[in-house]
Design a protein around this ligand. Sequence first.
Ligand code: FAD
Ligand code: NAI
Length: 471
Amino acid sequence: SEAGEEKDLVIIGGGVAGYVAAIKAGQEGFKVACIEKRGTLGGTCLNVGCIPSKSLLNNSHLYHQILHDSKPRGIEVGDVKLNLGQLMKSKDTAVSSLTKGIEFLFKKNGVEYHKGAGTFVDEHTVKIALNDGGETTLKGKNILIATGSEATPFPGLEIDEKRVVSSTGALSLEKVPESLVVIGGGIIGLEMASVWSRLGAKVTVVEFMGQIGGPGMDTEIAKAAQKILKKQGIDFKLNTKVISGDTSGDNIKLEIDAAKGGKPESIEGEIVLVAIGRRPYTEGLGLENIGLEVDERGRVVIDSEYRTKHPHIRCVGDVTFGPMLAHKAEDEGLAVVEYLKKGYGHVNYGCIPGVMYTHPEVAWVGQTEQDLKAAGTAYKVGTFPFSANSRAKTNVDSEGLVKVIADAETDRLLGVHIVGPGAGEMIAEGTLALEYGASSEDIARTTHAHPTLSEALKEAAMATYNRAIHF
Ligand code: FAD
Ligand code: NAI
């Protein structure tokens, strides 16, 4: 498409939701423009989220394994040294090659890319304050809001990204701290706790709720994961609320209060990571200029077809309802373009996998046991421990279990929950089975290659209606 003319679709935000919608729209022959103010495409996920965190997780795991888990495997290494600068460089290389890859895909698919901050002027017009200075305006028949989210701040403890950090600062610390206190035992908190604990920091996680993992993790799995992470050296304070923080000393001091009536105490850390959730980001977007409202949690209000109250303005990703996950944002971006092209689109919100990339990984899809209890659904459970899986044994990496939940009456699959090696890849099978409405017997009667970790899923499925063979 050419600059200046009215676009079929103007997208504000070049994160996963926005850039995927832009590429798809280009492929469908739309005149499409995408506005991104960060300077690079890919949003939170590629720049300061999914991708850099997985680089640090993978390399810190290798380092930790070489240090502590090579000798019994018959591998003797000399002096093992951490080069944090190089570890960070490897991360930065992964990020920059992926973000540049999207720029290439934009060109390939005819997406017009504007580097700058977009603001609604009226219902069809977006003004762009260009990063290089100056201003331009775009008109769109349709407009997509995909402005994402930001870290929720902790009142009274200002994030300077040096000593009090959000995930962004935690992905770029210049040295391994002596001690790290993590406020919030959700996914961000636990992934970052793993990275810095493996690299040598003393890590304590303070969590308000009675279980780790944030919303959505099955309680039995969360407990199993916590036990394993604790063995790795991470300390946990559950049912504990951080009340206030004091940054005046060498260490940062936090006042904490056991939520369930314990006595107040304090805890200190060289670095504090605030990981208490993320909130929708609409700053500077000018929603007020077009009379659009956000709900009490800051989310842009949409209907089931992603339409705001102005039907040609749609909204997807972290800035609206649903789990704040990259694959959810991506599929919504695709669905919107399908709506525009064909009049229908689809995301199955009952079937969105979640993965926590610690070691072992935790992965799940569908309903948890606590969900089903609350809903009064009759269900049955089959579990299988990795300690009885031949491949996990061979790999000397056999902590964790697979848990399959099926309807008590029909055997229809309701949920799959895994803590164990490779859980994040294995959950794809459970997701596909759930999407296709499989029974647990369907999984159990499907031949799985031997020896693989995925046999643990087969056996857990078997255990819902019969008995596992190897346990
Ligand atoms: P974003 O990725 O936040 O993109 C929105 C973009 O819009 C931003 O780049 C922003 O600069 C831009 N923008 C905002 N306002 C304007 C404006 N007015 N004009 C122009 N541009 C604007 N999810 C997973 O599924 N797996 C993971 O492993 C994972 N790891 C994560 C790790 C961390 C540390 C964090 C913080 C998040 C992680 N997430 C993960 C979540 C994932 O990053 C988000 O769900 C995803 O990025 C949401 O995509 P989005 O496009 O909705 O928003
Ligand atoms: P989260 O919502 O997952 O977890 C925040 C945790 O902080 C909760 O357990 C909450 O109870 C706790 N908390 C809140 N206030 C507290 C307080 N005052 N004191 C102690 N604990 C407190 O949010 P998180 O981890 O910040 O992640 C944000 C989003 O990013 C999530 O929605 C997640 O889906 C996404 N993400 C996804 C990843 C993945 O898919 N692997 C990785 C990282 C982030």
